[in-house]
Design a protein around this ligand. Structure first.
Ligand SMILES: C[S@@+](CC[C@H](N)C(=O)[O-])C[C@H]1O[C@@H](n2cnc3c(N)ncnc32)[C@H](O)[C@@H]1O
Length: 264
């Protein structure tokens, strides 16, 4: 089932350059402007249930993945951190705890409904003064060059219409020596586990999506988009081409999720 082979994935990356006006939404190839619209619509429809569905569908493991990812960034007190595609702010909250009262985290997301869904986790807590929200597109980040000690993106870059542009922007706003962390879904390495994961992704997840969040479509798009995403080595190559150094990655839970780390 469904995982692109290497040739097709490379074709996809090449096409993204040659046919700059085309992009994939799940398995569907559409116009880039339509993709941005559809991603907005997708997250509008899931925002209210996003945190609950994440916890349910991952059996709560996503928190452990996020904690590991933030720990690997080795943040220091006073750091300024950008959480690109920050959504409801889990990574930002963990980072805000690590950087202390002198630091600042910006949750940067294109979708207002997602930002709003995360506000109750921050407002009236000690983190309120450390976490700021900015609504904007990851393809043109509204901060000046070399502004942040760290930039992270969790389960978001898959949705950005021109992924490479998103990473280039993250590179631009990082200070020299600053670190970038990308946490994203990937392909389990053990075939039997992968088969179970595929079954779960294409049968159970859409069913639960319909039952609880009222959208089978949204939770069908999710597993499709994961299977279109570059594998860890391929993503490492993309990051190196942009200019990142010390690119490394770590697989989590047999490769369901992968953390990439890179330095500017
Ligand atoms: C799957 S959620 C991840 C949220 C959060 N980082 C987490 O780990 O739970 C993806 C987020 O990316 C945002 N997003 C999608 N395309 C974007 C873009 N071009 N620029 C900024 N945010 C975008 C969506 O609005 C959504 O909140």
């Amino acid at each position: 089932m469904v995982w692109l082979d290497k040739k097709k994935r490379q074709e996809q990356l090449r096409n993204a350059k040659v046919q700059a006006d085309r992009a994939f939404f799940g398995y569907e190839r559409i116009h880039t402007t339509e993709k941005t619209e559809r991603v907005l619509h997708h997250f509008n429809s899931v925002a209210r249930h996003y945190d609950f569905m994440n916890t349910l569908l991952s059996f709560g493991i996503h928190y452990a993945w996020k904690r590991t990812a933030v720990r690997m960034l080795k943040l220091a007190p006073g750091d300024r951190i950008l959480d690109v595609c920050g959504g409801t702010g889990d990574l930002a909250i963990m980072a805000a705890n690590a950087i202390g009262p002198a630091g600042q985290v910006i949750i940067y997301d294109i979708n207002r409904a997602m930002i709003q869904a995360g506000l109750p986790k921050i407002i009236n807590t000690e983190l309120e003064s450390r976490v700021r929200h900015v609504q904007g597109n990851a393809e043109c980040i509204s901060f000046s060059d070399r502004h942040f000690e760290g930039v992270m993106v969790g389960f978001g870059i898959r949705n950005v219409t021109r992924m490479q542009k998103g990473f280039e922007e993250m590179y631009r706003v990082l200070k020299p020596g600053g670190k970038m962390m990308c946490l994203e879904f990937s392909k389990p390495t053990w075939p039997v586990f992968r088969w179970l994961y595929d079954f779960y992704s294409f049968h159970i997840m859409p069913f639960l999506g319909e039952l609880i969040a009222g959208s089978r479509k949204a939770y069908t798009h999710l597993p499709e988009s994961i299977r279109m995403f570059p594998l860890p080595d391929e993503l490492s190559e993309v990051l190196k081409r942009i200019g990142f150094s010390q690119v490394s990655y770590r697989r989590l839970t047999n490769g369901i999720a992968v953390i990439h780390l890179a330095v500017k």
